[in-house]
Ligand binder design. Sequence first.
Ligand code: AMP
Length: 216
Amino acid sequence: MRIILLGAPGSGKGTQAKMLVDKYQVPQISTGDLLRAAVAAGSPLGKKAKSVMDAGQLVSDDIVLGMIRERLAESDAKHGFILDGFPRTQVQAQALDKMLEELNWPLSDAVLFDVNFEAIIQRVSGRRSCPRCGQIYNVYTSPSKVANVCDKCGTTLQQRADDNEETIRKRLNVYREQTEPLIEYYKKQNKLQTLSGDGEISAVFANVCKIIDAMN
Ligand code: AMP
């Protein structure tokens, strides 16, 4: 399976992707996670990306495409992958099509998480994540058992620098302008599957799995 998870920031892509990794044993490829790792490592790429990410804008297509090209070349991508947060622009979508064509790895589908934008603001401001294992929590809807401590590995949870209301609103605008057109892009390719991302994590997960199982 080679799928794209499409949807606004905070629509649940990352949370669902992590659950899909466990169930289907294919890697999650999140450009946001790759960029945050580069920022944490203090690499030149990370230094360049940090201010753009903190401002809620998109990192340049060139940087993101270079990262994806490298990541797809790793051996675990051979048997499939879940793209999370990529592509985000038309240029990225076209470049991805080209890469996959060259590899002779046709895309299965793009799954769109349709979520009410006002709910996103609350969701994202409550989001906390584990810097060690990547587990995602929400202080309102899915808190950790002990406040601010990861259930899985005991690490202190963090809030992302870009998960504040002002930046979330900017990220939603960027999504509307640059990423939403991809819905039409994949619809035209007959590869778009849409589901509601509102509601319980487990209910959304059941629906994503239904879509994936029907694909295979
Ligand atoms: P995410 O974790 O997917 O919400 O991404 C966090 C931030 O990383 C975004 O707001 C962008 O600044 C940057 N980013 C992640 N993925 C991409 C992408 N495909 N293209 C450009 N910027 C990206």
